[in-house]
Each structure stands twice: as structure tokens, then as C-alpha cells.
Design a protein around this ligand. Sequence first.
Ligand SMILES: [Zn+2]
Length: 489
Amino acid sequence: MRTRMAIWSGKMAGILSKSMGNDGTTIPGVVARKVDPLFLRHLRKTAKTIIYITGTNGKTTTANLAAHLLRFAGKKVIANLEGSNMVTGLSAALVRQTPLVGWRVNEIAVMEVDEASLPKVVSECAPDYLIVTNFFRDQLDRYGEVDLLIKKMKESLRTFDIKLILNGDDPFVHRFSSLQKENIYVGLDANACPFQSYSMAESKYCPECQNELTYTTIHYGQLGHYKCSCGFSRPEPNFSVEKVENGIQGVRLSVDGVSYPTTLKGMYNAYNALLAITMCRTLGIDSKYIQDGLVSYHKGNGRMQEFSINGVKWKLNLVKNPAGANVTLSEYMLTKEKKQFIFCLNDELADGEDISWIWDIDLEMANRSEVDIYIASGKRAYDVALRMKYAGIPSEKIMILPNLKEAVFYTKSKALPTYVMATYTCLSPLISILSRETDKLEKGDENIGTATIPLLPRYLKPVWGQRKYHMFKKTMRMAGNYASSRRNK
Ligand SMILES: [Zn+2]
């Protein structure tokens, strides 16, 4: 009865909160947990198999992709696709997807879990599978903190009988092997991928004995083929990528002789796709379903999102930390075409108030003759410009335009391919501005950039403005939710 009360009050709170114009994303979870403090344990009642996905970068993409592929293969899936990945967010997803009476029977739960929240989440409901993507220093966290975080995560899993799907190319992730669970490793072959090399701010030291690791191949950051004199070395992967290529819609992976075209842009997404593919294969999904599922997947906003403005290509990617920024840059600088580059930096709570992490980005790598202009934008545009100057970029190529709209309009006038990298709170205003400029919007076909309402009749055109408002509200909600969940920590 108490549980039922928790669900009802959670649902009620969600409706009330929404009607008052609030986001309501985590509210149902917060309220349900007031009534039933260990509410998340009921996840077991609604899913036979529970999968958690955690790590620093790529967990949202991996979780969304895995959920999509499983649904595509006909499985009933419960997921927290709103990106609320702490215990209240997971509880909210459960409240929202549970009917007023009884429990919906899903086959699989696919939940993205914040690294720091994993022990709490696991203590309430242990998963059957845990996927670990990678560990990078998040902004200012130093190695010691990553080390402590991993120790805590491992400790929380010790007593449970679970299977681990691990990115074996990351020595940090490989530390989970010592838990002696059933491990499934993934990795990229030595010559699988033409990542652009960049100087690495990540630690390359053995997590077991602190000696320097020897690498025969580095894909990016500390990810690659490593070994240590103490015997710690990259595990032989159960699923490995032989080749990653740029296909028509996105990267194409060849995994153990099977080709998987995807809609994911950016070489670094090879790891996310590989983890999702491995999850599905482990659950016995036929690779035909996985192949078809991958090409029908359209991912969330601001992740290597493309826009076409006056026939010119624009690309936008979210960056949160130096490792993410470096892979973004290496992707942006792959082609030798003439281009423009914009870096939008804010210092709100959700972006990280301390912006000194930008000094760990390898902007030196982006100092290329083919880049026509470098725009520093956002509230901390001057700091970005200073960083660019120290990267050796000629001052006459650097332009400071703190206002995002001005930055976009100035760049647009040059009609060159434009690559934008932005922190969290710059993302929704940018998507809104770029979507408004996107060519295809006027033609009525599927537009890149805004959420599409496919059956929108032409005579409903006047409500388009309204639709944009909803989009904006939705993205604002993401930002708001993130900030509030941070505060709740
Ligand atoms: Zn060692």
C-alpha cells in the first residue's frame, strides 16, 4: 500500500509540477522516495533483466542506443532517457512508467547511472549487467578523485552476482576486472581508427602499481593497447572492432566480421556503438536486427548534431571536460576543408563554475591554416580567446563575440562550414538559434535540428513558432534538471 501511495503521489506531484510550468523530470522520484525511501528496489518488479550504464563520457549515447536497439528487436524496455541519471531520476522514470494499478511487465530495464550515484543506486537495486564506458577527469577532478570513485563503485558491486561489460581499452575501466565477475571486454583493434593524435592530459600510469604504462597503440586519451611490467595489461576483447570508417550517415563499424553502419557522427562514437552492440549480442539479439536498428536511430540534441544553413554544413557538439573537447576537436579537424570554429563557454553550475579545465584542452591541435576564423563566445568568451592565443593561434584570426546569436550571425555571413563546440548551458540557446536558421525548415520535410512533428499539415504553419517554444522549453528543462540534481547531491 505504501508503495502504491508512493507511485500515486509521485505521479500527482509530476502533474502538478508540470501544470505550474516546472520541469517535473525528477519531482515524481523525489516525492515517491519521501513516501517509500527505497523506492528504486521496485525496479525488479517491472523488468526481468536490468542493465546499468555508467562512466564519464558516452553513457547517454550508449544507453539511448542500447534501449533503441532492444526496442527495435521487439523487446519491452523501461529506460530513463531524459538523462536524469541519479537515484531520484531513476525513481522518477519508474514512477512515470508504472501504471496506477499493478506493474508493467518489461523484459529489460536500460538505465544510465551517474558514476557517483552508482553505489546508492546499486544498494537499492542491483543490476544484472553493468556497462562501463570510460573514466576521464571531469573538469577539475584529479586522478586521486577518479581513483577513489572507482574504488567506491567497485566496493558497491562486490557482493552482487552481476556481469560486467567493460571497455578494456581504458586501464581505469579494466580495474573492475579484479572484482572477479563474469567480464565481457570490448576494444578497438590497433589500426581500427584514424583518430587524430593530441597531447594527452590524462594519466597514463598503471592503476595497480603506479608505474608508467607502455602503449603500442593509443586511440585517444588513455584508451588504447597498454601493458605494465607488473602484469596489468589490456584484456583480450570478446568483441572487437576491426575497422571504423566514415559512412554516409555516420560511422561504420566492422565487429568480428559483421559490418554495422550507424547514424552516429564522430569516430569516438565507435566505443558507444560497440558497447550497445555487445549488450544486444550478449542478450542474444540477432545481428540483422542490430544492423537495422542502428540505421534507424536518431540521437539526442547537441551531440554531433548537424545543421544546414544556406547550403553550408554546421556541426554542434556538447563538451564537458578536456577529454571530450579533445575528441571533438580531433573529429572537427579531420578534413582539410576551409572552415570556421566557434567555442562557446559558460560558467553556470551545469557547465562547471571553474573554467580552468579549458587549459587542459589541446587547442594547439586546432591551430590550422585551413581554419579561417576562431570565434570565442559565451559568458567566458574572453577566457576562450586567451586560451586560443596561448595555443599559438594568430590574434587576427581570433574574434570575441560573447553573445551567441551574434557569433552565429557573424559566422553565417562567411558561408563556410562551421564547427561549434559548446558547454551545457550554451547548448539549448544554440540549438534554438541554429534550428531557426536551418534551410530545410521552410521546405516542410524532415528538418535537422528541431524535434519534428512528421504529420504537421501545412495550414498549421503558424504554430511552428509555438513548436520551437516547446523545443526550447524542453532543452531548458534538461538544463534546469541537471542543475537541480547537482544541488541535490
Ligand atoms: Zn603495473
